[in-house]
Ligand binder design. Structure first.
Ligand SMILES: [Zn+2]
Length: 241
């Protein structure tokens, strides 16, 4: 039998490798679902349908500057969408919540303060739901985790809380501020029947999203798509019928 004797620097290297790999495995367990792996079992990220229907979703609002602009564009084009609101923003803008519901849009839950680690998960969801209910008299059925990050344990916790985790299948990448044309292209190159499209109306000044929204809706309609809320889209899912 041969005995390998490692030099001191090799031992330090081996030790570091063990620490780093161990750390990565722990992180991957915690973040089992990442934005690049949003097509995860047990989550709602698309509807299985041949019909040309898609859902627009807006995260991180309501925002006093951008949300009214988004709502004006949707109203003008007679489109209903779904807004994943933050409890914190909802608390400061109850009138925008009222307007959302009055104009036929759906409100989803996006935590209270956008904590990516989602500490106090249930408490945050309930706090946000309380704000939405106080302003509109309606409850939130869908929950979208900040950044799309979610562990298996958190997914189970949310299910037990009576809510559905709603992710997305088409990322406009408007959060990167890549330019209006690029946002439109990111949607139009990837859209398919039943897809859920990710956009933002808050968290940062969303002027690019506001400018891209009209062209996105027009291009979708030109291709024969109809736009629905998440609940409407779900009724067309052949796998849940
Ligand atoms: Zn967000």
């Amino acid at each position: 039998m041969r005995i390998y004797v490692l030099s001191r620097s090799k031992m330090v290297f081996a030790f570091l490798v063990v620490i780093i790999v161990g750390g990565l495995l722990t992180v991957s367990e915690r973040l089992l679902i990442t934005p690049s792996l949003v097509r995860a079992p047990g989550t709602y990220y698309m509807a299985h349908t041949q019909e040309k229907v898609v859902a627009l979703t807006f995260d991180d609002g309501p925002d006093p500057i951008d949300t009214p602009d988004v709502l004006d564009i949707l109203k003008e084009r007679e489109v209903k969408a779904t807004f994943f609101v933050l409890g914190q923003a909802a608390q400061s803008n109850p009138n925008l919540l009222k307007r959302l519901v009055k104009e036929g849009h759906e409100i989803g839950n996006h935590s209270f303060d956008h904590d990516y680690q989602q500490r106090r998960l249930v408490e945050q969801i309930n706090q946000t739901d309380k704000e939405v209910f106080a302003a509109t008299g309606t409850h939130t059925h869908y929950y979208r985790p900040p950044g799309g990050f979610l562990s298996k344990y958190q997914l189970e916790t949310i299910k037990n809380n009576g809510r559905v985790v709603a992710l997305w299948s088409v990322d406009s990448k408007d959060w990167r501020n890549p330019g209006v044309k690029q946002i439109v292209d990111n949607v139009m190159k990837n859209v398919f029947p039943g897809s859920i499209i990710l956009l933002h109306d808050g968290g940062y000044h969303r002027i690019q999203t506001v400018k891209a929204l009209g062209p996105i809706i027009d291009a979708l309609k030109d291709r024969g798509y109809r736009l629905a809320t998440l609940s409407e889209l779900k009724t067309m899912d052949s796998e849940t019928k």
